[in-house]
Design a binder for this molecule. Sequence first.
Ligand code: UDX
Ligand code: ADP
Length: 470
Amino acid sequence: MKICCIGAGYVGGPTMAMIAKQCPDIPVHVVDLNQARIDAWNSEELPIYEPGLHEVVKEARGRNLTFSTQVDAAIEDSDMVFISVNTPTKTYGIGAGRAANLEFVEKCARQIARSSSGHKIVVEKSTLPVRTAQAVKRILSSEAKDLTFDVLSNPEFLAEGTAIDDLLDPDRVLIGGESQRAIDALSEIYARWIPRERILTTNLWSSELSKLTANAFLAQRVSSINAISALCEATGADVDEVARAIGTDSRIGPKFLKSSIGFGGSCFQKDILNLVYLCEHFGLPEVAAYWEQVVTMNDHQKQRFSERIVKTMFNTVSDKKIGVWGFAFKKDTNDTRESAAIYICRDLLRERARLTIYDPRVSEKQIRSDLTYACTDANGQISASDQEMIANNVTIARDGYEATSEAHAIAVLTEWNEFKELDFERVYQSMLRPAFLFDGRNLLDHDRLESIGFEVHAIGKSSQRRRAED
Ligand code: UDX
Ligand code: ADP
């Protein structure tokens, strides 16, 4: 058995590294069109940050794990081809803003058809709309000459930041397919390190739909608790207390009840919109509207946070320095796709604030490009004033202290552990008064911060009532 994976991103890279680690006898070849990304995978500075990943890559690279841009040769040489390319939301044409853009998947299918002979097992790893496997099968059978194939759906449930643990010890592995032989071949690989009872097999369509559904349910929990956070702020209830109270009900459970500035990441919004589009396509407008509300609530949560900052700071942040801690969509990753921080920073900039941003893993280039993208309209245009604002009013800091020195306020946008370890007396001394702190992740010890002198505003906590009671 030889494996090839097309796409060396956040999913393909770590997943293949783990398979190669666990199966030293199976050659695993990861290919990508992006030369810079492949060079990084072959270097000491991997293109993605993920705790524990470097060790896994180091163990297998050069032994049975290879990274290259030789897409055709790798396909040709393998028995099993994973498709792990990006499937962003379409930005143009039919289904714009909702449907998944399957251009890259389709190109892969065509490439597999062109470069293959004999029998191949083609595995969909990217999250795809239900019935994509049908399209992949059609392309393979219409283009291929000497090829027979089986298509499997094997969606990824790893979360960024914990990908290595999720791959080592997953709750389940899901394999959907039609051919028992192909399902068995893939199951054998996972069974090297995952107990058989956790390897679930379904038909192709259930597998494709389960992935979208899992993400929709998880995102729905975050939007549900965030909806309650708004009510907590208005009533004097505390969202963390409410989350604890309901999370101890074993039917509800404690996970994914952490209120925040809103969910981000490459999957949740994209997958829900994809589900919405599918529902509409199948003539189910009420079902579509039900799921769309999860995204609407998430947008509202981001907007509510920036508005609260402006309102609290005497209704203006114009020319005020706001120190921003964190830009990634969550801790322990350098990924910023759909990060709530992007939209909050954009809205504060449009209120004329000056932002000094610090994130332990996100580069200056990435931050500037995300903000530029967030200010770009549907026609690809960005106004001169937005461009100027990003150039002049955004500074990147090297650490948390530099970000907040001489600042009017701090906004905590990502829950990095290192922010908890800062010397808050020092931070407070370096700031202007009143020293506002907006904790968008309910990360810090608010009682302690208030005793130092900070004016703390947190998600789902009514600051005014707290102060009035003191
Ligand atoms: C998610 C799914 O968890 C994973 O199974 C799937 O394969 C891909 O999508 P990921 O996007 O990496 O993974 O991150 P996840 O940990 O699910 O967090 C998503 C977003 O929700 C983050 O912005 C996070 O900060 C936010 N979140 C999560 C909350 O705001 N509160 C929570 O309680 C949990
Ligand atoms: P994900 O988070 O799903 O892994 P990424 O965007 O991080 O998504 O990774 C997808 C990778 O797939 C990118 O590095 C991109 O260059 C690569 N890719 C897309 N289309 C092709 C293709 N036809 N052949 C090879 N690589 C591709």
